[in-house]
Design a protein around this ligand. Sequence first.
Ligand code: F6P
Length: 372
Amino acid sequence: MSQIKKIGILTGGGDCPGLNAVIRAVVKTAIVKYKLEVVGIKKGYHGLYHKDFIPLTLENVQEIISEGGTILKSSNKDNLFKYPIRNEKGDIVKKEGEIIYEDVSHVAVENLKEAGIDALFILGGDGTLTSGRDFARLGVNVIGIPKTIDNDLSCTDYTYGFDTAINVVSDSLDRLRTTAKSHGRIMVAEVMGRGAGWLTLHGGIAGAADVILIPEIPYDINKVADKIKGDFEKGKDFAIVAVAEGAKPKDGEAVILKVREDSPDPIRLGGIANVVADQLEELCNNEARATQLGHTQRGGSTSAHDRVLSSRYGCAAVEYAMQGKFGNMVVLRGDKIECESLENVIGRGNKLVPVNCELVEMAKAIGVCFGD
Ligand code: F6P
């Protein structure tokens, strides 16, 4: 049994539904079952560096299980191992046009010691948990809890936030279908997920998309157009296309919206739906419209499935901390919650859709085109 008395908890990277449900489960398990103290660290690693800590009590976590977002707030710009130097006004300092970085992780380690925090729970995706692994290497008692609507973290079947986002995508495609039918249009919906197609694949199947384009399967736009024209010849007069923001044509690249040089994850994808809609309008000789589902996929209330998964992860994280199993991330394998070393989770890189997986084969069997 480990001797921990005070848990610190932070949420890093892009927010997603389920973070609050995890925070609630951690606080409740820690206080009710083990009589530990819990400290909330505001805005992810930003608060860890600036000592922005608040006590978390049972009152703080009342009525938050359903709320998306994070009561602790989040930041996706604060890699303390590669921290941009700022001037007194808070502006990033540049030398010959280049940002200058320093490693300030030791400040965070000191802050944790000073606050008496003996276990650090990190709720994040691959960027946030890469720093988590690095803090574990420095001897911090880290437990990772896998967040992201992208579902692209290795070693776990599902991340929380993913199910809620699938429901948003599926609901959005249902809404696009009714207007597509009225006008006989091709509707192209752009789905988040960075370089992984999980959200587009699941959301596209659930929302009955005719075409699903994902980064793992580069597409030929002519094949997509042939599929839609073929359906039109058989009497259908509308089409729903779900395209992942990271999808790319054969011999082409993903569409980049902008590069954010102040972020550890500088590439912001976006804009492919417009490209695909324009091409299909011309090739199919039929009106097409593009819709970016954007951050609606990360907002709103948390699905019941994510509430349960988050509660399981949060509770298990406390149990693993009590057993002294640090340097790990809680994972879901089949129907079991287990833990896996952060070294493996990060070392294996992002989890991508296997191109011949059962879900892709099933979708193809029911007539979905992947443009391959
Ligand atoms: O990783 C989650 C995610 O929502 C991605 O799907 C998306 O590409 C990215 O974050 C968007 O980031 P931001 O909120 O910084 O625009």
